[in-house]
Design a protein. Structure first.
Length: 214
């Protein structure tokens, strides 16, 4: 039986001549996201299965899924999406929206925006649009790094939806031919310290295939 899963996404879309990010809750239909373990347990002995991280490979990129994370395959708005299927949620309000910590990946062609001179302009446009759409959003930290020799821009922000506080990490990675890749990591604000380092590790595992097929 399918269930409606309320997922927090940041979708990089086109509106006019400015690249913007839209903070939305997307209703998707998917089999229950809580991993259903087959209850083959002996009363006197409980065997613990060790799940290792896996490599999620798409046509243009690869990225590492940590142990216990599960890919969501019915989100056509994004190129890839995964959730922490083993996450335990205690907060009742959070349970009501059926949210799980997740990340999603999307790409955009900066060449389509005549008024944007580069990745920094693109990111500022995204931030401006988010601020207009979500008045309570706050951008709390920004830095520039490199991911596998590609320029990468990290933006942390906070917001509230449905009386629940969220923390988001946006990672913008410059590719070739004016393509920019956007990874959106989303979790509860009170879970941020648990996930922060993991989000950065996942982002730094992102590899464009043209980089390693040479």
């Amino acid at each position: 039986m399918n269930s409606r899963i309320l997922v927090l996404l940041i979708l990089i879309i086109l509106i006019g001549l400015s690249g913007i990010g839209v903070f939305v809750f997307e209703n998707t239909k998917e089999t229950p996201l809580i991993l259903k373990e087959e209850k083959i347990e002996k009363e006197e002995e409980k065997v613990e299965e060790v799940v290792k991280e896996t490599l999620l490979a798409k046509d243009d990129f690869t990225i590492t899924l940590p142990a216990g994370w599960q890919e969501i395959t019915d989100s056509p708005e994004v190129l890839a999406m995964a959730i922490d299927a083993k996450e335990e949620i205690a907060d009742e309000k959070a349970k009501n929206i059926d949210f799980r910590t997740n990340f999603s990946i999307k790409s955009d062609d900066m060449g389509k925006y005549e008024k944007l001179s580069g990745a920094k302009d693109y990111i500022e446009s995204v931030k401006t649009s988010l601020a207009q759409l979500i008045p309570n959003i706050e951008f709390t930290h920004e830095e520039q790094r490199t991911i596998n020799n590609n320029n990468a821009f990290f933006v942390e922000c906070e917001s509230a939806q449905e009386e629940v506080d969220f923390k988001t990490l946006l990672v913008f990675i410059e590719g070739s031919n004016n393509i920019i890749w956007a990874i959106s990591f989303n979790t509860f604000q009170n879970s941020w310290l648990t996930y922060r380092d993991l989000f950065y590790q996942i982002a730094e595992s992102f590899r464009l295939k043209y980089k390693f097929e040479l």
